[in-house]
Ligand binder design. Structure first.
Ligand SMILES: Cc1ncc(COP(=O)(O)O)c(C=O)c1O
Length: 459
């Protein structure tokens, strides 16, 4: 069960730097009634974030109505890659809305055609067919379906196993959760499904054996023959930890998939469009998957996602057999196209690599200062996971410390979403890719203070 941030306004020190300003109690007393309205009418699951009532968000800054300003290190939830409120994106949305052409189901519209062409050009071969959807979970669902359809065609009912990794997150719909590796999210699937198999993720902080042998051994122990597998899916880095897999492991996995006729899927919903310092995260591994799932940063704004894959895999369904109501919605497609043009034009992935080095250096300094409390700093480019642990243990997660770091940061004008990952103890860092070195340094200052104070408080 996640934690709820308290709604009682309390005095906090005033903050005034170039990028952060806190001039009220926290939470702002006038905002509390809005949070209470939501707590009354929405499920509890919607309550987990720091109580900041967003009014406006521009670039890396979030503003409320009462004079407070946060430096955003969440990008919403890794969506605003090109920065919040990007004017090119807002203009494209307004242009399309003014036409007006707001919806066309599967009837063709021009933004959809332009977007799929742009995405196909951006993707390395053999990823050349693009299917637009609305959410990240829809893309992972669709990838599972295509792998299983393909397995049936190649090996019949004996080739339907779908392998994923412990700790993985692929969305919250049923197929995506069957493929997910976070038990707490799957209470409603007590026995899982025999075709969905999870093995240890070799990049994990607590993983003891990172070799590819461990992957093969785990499958054998679970009675899974390689030739019975239709697909393997992995997040390019695991969202809960920001952990990448070892490069040698990724290469061995690609070779194993080729040898056994298994499709390799990378879920790039978080990693795609520059987050890790390359356009797609899998470039770090020197391999290309057969299918990739994209979402979040694709538009920096409106809901749209894409599954991109090999032609023979993507073309398994006939006319009208694989669609969705909002496929290629013209407004969302226009937003995505404008956003991707900005990312490519401004080479935001390169900024992520450059400025990400400053971020990771700063986080590693914090870990050196508190080696018994920060068990690891993982990630690449402009994504990082800071793993809070209980001192004197074998990396036992410390969710209270992580929660307090996020709370204190918000009070200092630095915004994260609530802790994620194993035991809810990872502070996840993911600013917009437009962030500058100066903004990173300002945020590191606030985070360093929050960590020091949270540790001192917890004792
Ligand atoms: C790696 C990954 N895959 C899939 C999803 C699901 O995306 P959505 O929430 O848009 O369905 C997420 C969302 O956080 C994600 O991080």
């Amino acid at each position: 069960m996640g934690k709820m941030f308290p709604l009682e306004p309390r005095e906090v020190p005033r903050v005034n730097t170039k990028y952060r300003k806190i001039v009220t109690k926290f939470p702002v007393p006038q905002s509390v009634k809005v949070f209470e309205k939501l707590r009354n009418k929405e499920p509890i699951s919607m309550t987990g974030q720091p109580p900041v009532l967003w009014h406006k968000a521009v670039g890396c800054q979030v503003y409320d109505r009462w004079g407070n300003k946060w430096l955003d290190w969440s990008s919403g939830v890794l969506v605003a890659n090109a920065g919040h409120g990007r004017k090119e994106v807002a203009a494209a949305v307004a242009r399309q809305a003014r036409v007006p052409m707001l919806h066309s189901y599967c009837f063709v519209n021009e933004p959809r055609a332009e977007l799929v062409e742009f995405l196909a050009k951006l993707s390395p071969p053999p990823l050349k067919k693009v299917f637009l959807l609305t959410t990240g979970a829809e893309t992972t669902e669709c990838a599972i379906k295509l792998c299983r359809t393909w397995g049936l065609a190649k090996g019949g009912k004996g080739k339907l196993k779908f392998v994923t990794f412990n700790g993985a997150f692929h969305g919250r719909t049923m197929g995506a959760q069957l493929a997910g590796g976070i038990p707490a999210l799957k209470n409603w699937l007590p026995d899982g499904h025999p075709d969905f198999v999870q093995v240890d993720f070799p990049g994990d902080l607590r993983c003891k054996d990172r070799s590819f042998d461990a992957f093969e051994r785990a499958l054998k122990e679970k009675g899974v023959e390689p030739d019975s597998v239709c697909g393997v899916m992995s997040e390019t880095y695991q969202g809960g930890s920001a952990a990448l897999m070892p490069v040698e492991f990724a290469k061995a996995l690609r070779a194993w998939c080729d040898k056994h006729g298994v499709l390799l899927v990378f879920d790039e919903v978080q990693a795609g469009f520059g987050r890790t310092g390359t356009m797609f995260g899998f470039e770090h591994y020197g391999i290309v998957p057969d299918l990739m799932c994209l979402g979040k940063g694709i538009s920096s704004s409106l809901p749209i996602s894409a599954l991109i894959g090999r032609e023979d895999v993507m073309n398994q369904y006939g006319p009208g057999e694989m669609t969705s109501t909002h496929t290629g919605n013209p407004v969302c497609a226009a937003a995505a196209l404008a956003n991707l043009k900005v990312i490519v034009r401004d080479k935001l992935h390169k900024n992520a690599a450059r400025v990400g080095d400053v971020l990771h250096r700063g986080l590693n300094e914090m870990m050196k200062k508190h080696p018994d409390r920060i068990g690891g700093v993982m990630g690449k480019g402009l994504v990082a996971g800071m793993h809070m642990v209980v001192p004197g243990t074998d990396l036992k997660p410390d969710p209270d410390l992580a929660f307090n770091v996020v709370r204190k940061s918000a009070e200092k004008g630095l915004l994260f979403f609530a802790p994620v990952g194993f035991g809810g103890a990872t502070v996840k860092i993911a600013p917009p890719l437009t962030i500058t070195k100066e903004q990173i340094e300002d945020g590191l200052q606030a985070l360093g203070e929050a960590v020091d104070e949270a540790i001192a408080e917890i004792g």
